[in-house]
Design a protein around this ligand. Sequence first.
Ligand code: FES
Length: 138
Amino acid sequence: MSHPRAPRPPDGAGEILDERWVPTVPLADVPDEGATHVEVAGVPVCLARSGGVVYAILDECSHGRVRLSEGEVADGAVECWLHGSTFDLGTGAPKCPPATASVPVYPVRVVADVVEVAVPPPAGGGGAPSGARPSPSP
Ligand code: FES
């Protein structure tokens, strides 16, 4: 049985060299079209699910220091509850102002109905594109 993995960028660009998959929460704890907050190796992460795809994105808006996991999730994006910027869950890019900077995204996968996230070491740059479609439940 295979498990979904986040897609790899071409030519190894942005590849995580010291990949560390960390189990977080059961898939059932990430509601569809919703989000939940977890800590992964000391990094605040917003786990979100939209359209059946699970994403991992830094749980901090790039415009202010508020949790994105407390915002609304829809159509592959999360909306910051404070000023209304939305961020693409797959790339972390802002889709509307006032935020102008992207939010880091992290590789995510689902193994045995547990969501695992790989956060790069602190010196590493951003993450690979996020998003994993969970295996259908038996
Ligand atoms: S704090 Fe998120 S848009 Fe302003």
